[in-house]
Ligand binder design. Structure first.
Ligand code: PGA
Length: 250
């Protein structure tokens, strides 16, 4: 099974209108449809309409950094999947560790967001991963199992046919500290095996990204691991040269 790698920039809460336009233009000039990797960017909500215009009929995927667990109604501050679709989004990150830890999003809420994304034709990028404390306590697999179980209970394992998973060890996100290739491969292999027990075909075609201090210097070795199908890139996606270099490391 050939899985086309995917590299997605997560801009988080960074930039101005002008700086995002310039960044996107630079990325566009360095990406072509024939590249080995598919490329996406997850922009802050307010930049999405303009980004969608700039990306129209281009090969770069556009994503949001979260999506509501409801379609519409009195949910102040939320943005729904139908809204994101209307404005040209293809992807939505769900369960990023910053959402889980800083804003208290539970496994159940993340699962509900994931399901809404799928229901409306967005590809969810489901983030899973353990904190340093959890790793040191030997709880890594249990934590990931819990994060996946909530999603499987609500949407079914088969929903992964239209989703992407990102393994992001929290201790490596935004810290400059990257997991070793062995640590990464161990978890990616675990994820693929676990899904394979129930849905072998879906598991074989599922893209599992790694995220956590991916840089031009380490991208090639990380992406070289058999179960790593690209990356979710924070800090290094804010600079076109770094991001493109990562995209081309695939
Ligand atoms: P980082 O962020 O590359 O800055 O570690 C990754 C992410 O949060 O998706």
């Amino acid at each position: 099974m050939v899985r086309r790698p995917l590299v997605v920039g997560n801009w988080k809460m960074n930039g101005t209108r002008e700086s995002r336009k310039a960044l996107l233009a630079d990325i566009l000039s360095g990406v072509s449809e024939t590249d080995s990797a598919e490329v996406g960017v997850c922009a802050p909500f307010v930049f999405i309409p303009e980004a969608a215009e700039l990306l129209e009929s281009k090969s770069i995927l556009l994503g949001a950094q979260n999506v509501a667990d409801e379609d519409e109604g009195a949910f102040t501050g939320e943005i729904s999947a139908p809204m994101l679709r209307e404005f040209g989004c293809d992807l939505a990150i769900v369960g990023h560790s910053e959402r889980r830890l800083l804003y208290g999003e539970s496994n159940q809420l993340v699962a509900a967001r994931y399901k809404k994304a799928l229901d409306h034709g967005l590809t969810p990028i489901l983030c899973v991963g353990e904190t340093l404390d959890q790793r040191e306590q030997g709880d890594t697999f249990a934590v990931i199992d819990g994060q996946l179980a909530a999603v499987f209970d609500l949407a079914g394992v088969e929903s992964l046919a239209n989703a992407v998973i990102a393994y992001e060890p929290v201790w490596a996100v935004g810290t400059g500290r990257t997991a070793t290739t062995e640590q990464v491969q161990e978890i990616h292999e675990y994820l693929r095996r676990k899904i394979s027990e129930r849905e072998p075909e879906i598991s074989a075609s599922l893209r599992i990204l790694y995220g956590g201090s991916v840089k031009p210097e380490n991208a090639r070795t990380l992406f070289g691991m058999p179960d790593v199908d690209g990356g979710l890139i924070g800090e290094a996606s804010l600079d076109a040269e770094s991001f493109l270099s990562i995209c081309h490391s695939v």
